[in-house]
Design a protein around this ligand. Sequence first.
Ligand code: KG4
Ligand code: ZN
Length: 358
Amino acid sequence: MKVLGIESSCDETAASVVEDGFRLLSNVVASSMDLHAQYGGVVPEIAARSHIEVIGGVIAQALDEAACTWDDIDAIAVTYGAGLGGSLLIGVLTARTLAIVHDKPLYAINHVEGHVYANFLTSVIPAASPLADYRLPAHQPAFPILALIVSGGHSQLALFRDHFDYTLLGQTQDDAIGEAFDKVAKVIGLPYPGGPSVEKKAHEGNPLAFKLPKSKMSEKYDFSFSGIKTAVLRVAQEQIGEDFTFPSKDIPARLSESQKADIAASFQRVAIETVVDKTILAFDEFQPTSVVIAGGVAASPELRRQLAERLPIPIEYTDPRLCTDNGAMIATLGCFHMKLDRPSSNPYTLDIQPNLSM
Ligand code: KG4
Ligand code: ZN
């Protein structure tokens, strides 16, 4: 069974073909990130416009790299939420049209659930393909699975008892952790997206240079990142000898490179520790068979290091290119929809759900 996955919820236009829910045949991602970088965050109108421009080519390339024609494709899976309305619309309308024209079942995929399924990919086919250097886990995770989902839009802990049977244990009450990385990067003058640039700068800094707060939540598996974000702003203002009224946009020019590195390293350590603490707490309570991490922040080497160090069981990580938004995770979850005879969507009526939750 081969499923074409289409993802367009934010600034990545992505398509992929996955076979039987574990074998990656292609993974094509076109990002409009560079166009947003000058604004320090994603501009919805720019994202939607670039989806329109590239989505046809991205899908054609995904089929081509998988050596598939439409006859080989058994179903189409598409992200219908959560995400930016305009962006989702392009992917969903494209998928609906293709499902009608090529007479394929259409599966509507929740983006956040999709992220978790990137961890089910365990093999790529041709050694010579563009996928040859992907590092995938040796085994699929086994249920019950504890999933830490950390991205630019989401911070969630969920317990999956089986496919399509899960409980949300907790989630962020304000900013997502990736959003906090992006905002901290802006305060200290590092480029968007903040995750990779904070990570790079942190290498030169002292992670113990500044004491930053971990939020105390009334629900033990919930997160909050607005406090640490404000604390970083105050530290930066103090470092340049100004008070809290000093405008954040003028801070980067006054910080030395070593001050920036110390702030990046301290923030990264504490932000990651916050999500690792809760993952360990949930592990102890629920004793899952496997733990997986998913979403853009799952690409973080600091997260991977801290979690592997503190978990009492081994954990396998997927390739960082499958952590940030991609079509492969959508196609993989689509395979399980099909395998388990889940109802498909009506290609004439499937609508987007920008605020879809887990
Ligand atoms: O999953 P994703 O591509 O998009 C959303 O669904 O939000 O996640 C993007 C987020 C951004 O906030 C980015 O800063 C963060 O993932 N990110 C990282 C790293 N690479 C990407 N955060 C920390 N460390 C990284 N290495
Ligand atoms: Zn995402």
